[in-house]
Design a protein around this ligand. Structure first.
Ligand code: URA
Length: 250
């Protein structure tokens, strides 16, 4: 990974405005690097090694941002879209300059845990099919989910395109004409949970992701709300994903 970055990128990532605004700050002599006033906003510096000052204020640089969102229905898991609001659109202004993106996708009508970051390496590791990061969903199902379905999920279900899923865990919480279930999958195929239930003749009416690896959706976040991960949540997630790698290599 490159250690040096343009000063205007560092400052815009830190919430000091657009690149154009930062250019103005630099031109007006308000930006110093290691005590020296700079005149080029495209200058490369290593923010971990160099001290940047803006109008006499020392920059506390943060390269990576990690946000937990309770994704609401009706919003899409993308960075940009012509027709729909995206999960990036609903973040607050302070995060708009960080080049954030969602780690994986939830369908437009799916709610729940979504990690949003600018850490491409961690995102890549979490999404890698070789890592088998477990994802737990709560689902409301039209129809009565049975022990036979539990068994079929356990064995892997054949989807309509012929793909056989990895074994998944299905827990029946409540069942009648409709059922409430928890389902844990270890991969992330397109519409996977919905297609797994279709494969056993049932329809998902509501879907909400509650965990991804050891990261658990904060119950205090209403749909549409978000917060940064705590240090513990982040290091536990990184440790889990990285130790998974060792497991698979053994
Ligand atoms: N499975 C689905 O069918 N949809 C999602 O959004 C996530 C998992």
């Amino acid at each position: 990974m490159r250690e040096t970055q343009r000063v205007d990128k560092i400052l815009s990532n830190s919430g000091f405005g657009t690149r154009r605004e930062i250019k103005q700050l630099v031109k007006s002599g308000q930006v110093k690097v290691d005590g020296e006033v700079i005149d080029d906003s495209g200058m490369h510096v290593d923010p971990k090694k160099s001290q940047i000052e803006i109008s006499g204020q020392k920059l506390n640089y943060r390269q990576y941002i990690y946000i937990m969102m309770n994704k609401p229905a009706g919003v899409i898991s993308a960075t940009f879209d012509d027709r729909h609001e995206t999960v990036i659109d609903i973040l607050s202004e302070e995060y708009k300059c960080f080049d954030l993106f969602p780690v994986g996708r939830l369908d437009i009508d799916t709610e729940g845990l979504l990690l949003i970051t600018n850490d491409g390496q961690l995102a890549h590791e979490i999404l890698s099919p070789k890592k088998y990061v477990p994802k737990r969903y709560f689902a409301f199902i039209e129809g009565e989910v049975t022990q036979e379905d539990v068994k079929r999920f356990e064995e892997g279900v054949i989807l309509e395109d012929g793909y056989k899923t990895l074994p998944a865990e299905l827990y029946i919480l409540d069942r009648d004409v409709n059922s409430s279930v928890d389902v844990v999958i270890y991969e992330g195929k397109f519409h996977q949970v919905k297609r797994m239930f279709e494969a056993v003749g049932k329809k998902v009416k509501f879907l909400k992701r509650v965990t991804m690896g050891n990261l658990v959706l904060d119950k205090d976040l209403a749909p549409g709300e978000f917060r940064e991960l705590t240090q513990d949540e982040l290091s536990n997630l990184i440790n889990e994903v990285r130790s998974q790698k060792e497991n698979n290599l053994n």
